[in-house]
Write a protein that binds this ligand. Structure first.
Ligand code: ADP
Length: 187
C-alpha cells in the first residue's frame, strides 16, 4: 500500500511519516530530503532545485517526478511505502495515479495533517532550517494553498472499497497524540 502524507509546512509530516513507516515496516520517502540532497549538486538539476527551495517555491514537477519514480521503482518499495511530501500538485497526483494503475497497485491512501496557521508559524520559527525564514515560510504557505490544497478535492473524490481515500487527521497536540490518531486511521 502506498500512503501519501499531505500537510502544510510545519504540520509534522516529516516526524509522523517516519514513525508510520517504522510502524508498518515500509520505506519512508521524503521528497524534501531527496531534493535537499540533489540541490547540493552543481548540476543543472541541482541548481534549479536549490533556487526553488530557497525561495519557498515548489521544485518543477518534471524534476520531482523523475527523482521520485526512480526511487519508487526500487525493490524495497515493491509492497508500498510512505510518501512524505509527494504529490504536492494535482499534476504530480495524476502521474502517481497513472503509475499505480500501470503497476497494478491499489490506489494511494491519503492522510492529511491539519494544523492551524498560527501553530505552523510557531513550529517553523523554532526549527531553523535554511528555508525557514519568515518570507520563505510565507511563500511556502502560499504555495501550499495554491498548489497543494487542491489535492484535498482531488483525493476526496477517490474511493477505495467504498471508503474515501482521504483521511483527515488533527495535527495538534503532542507527537504521541497525533501518531495515535494516525494509527487509528491506518489500522
Ligand atoms: P515542508 O513540508 O516543511 O515544506 P519538505 O522537506 O517536505 O518541508 O519540503 C521542502 C521543500 O522541498 C519545499 O518547500 C519544496 O521546495 C520542495 N519539495 C518537496 N517536495 C516537493 C514536491 N513534491 N514537489 C515540488 N517541490 C517539492
Amino acid at each position: 500500500m502506498h500512503i501519501v502524507f499531505i500537510g502544510p509546512p510545519g504540520a509534522g509530516k516529516g516526524t509522523q511519516s517516519v514513525r508510520l513507516a517504522k510502524y508498518l515496516g515500509v520505506p519512508h520517502l521524503s521528497t524534501g530530503e531527496m531534493l535537499r540532497k540533489v540541490s547540493q549538486d552543481k548540476s543543472e538539476i541541482g541548481l534549479r532545485s536549490a533556487e526553488a527551495m530557497l525561495s519557498g517555491q515548489l521544485v518543477p514537477d518534471e524534476l520531482v517526478v523523475e527523482i521520485v519514480f526512480q526511487r519508487l521503482e526500487q525493490d524495497d518499495c515493491r509492497s508500498g511505502c510512505i510518501l512524505d511530501g509527494f504529490p504536492r500538485t494535482v499534476h504530480q497526483a495524476e502521474v502517481l495515479d497513472q503509475w499505480l494503475v500501470g503497476h497494478k497497485r491499489p490506489p494511494a491512501v491519503v492522510l492529511v495533517l491539519q494544523v492551524d496557521q498560527e501553530v505552523i508559524l510557531e513550529r517553523l520559527a523554532s526549527r531553523g532550517r535554511q528555508d525557514d525564514d519568515r518570507e520563505t515560510i510565507r511563500e511556502r504557505l502560499r504555495q501550499y494553498d495554491r498548489l497543494t490544497r487542491p489535492l484535498l478535492d482531488y483525493y476526496g473524490k477517490q474511493c477505495i472499497g467504498g471508503q474515501s481515500a482521504l483521511h483527515i487527521v488533527e495535527g495538534e497536540g503532542t507527537q504521541d497524540e497525533v501518531f495515535d490518531r494516525i494509527r487509528n486511521e491506518v489500522d
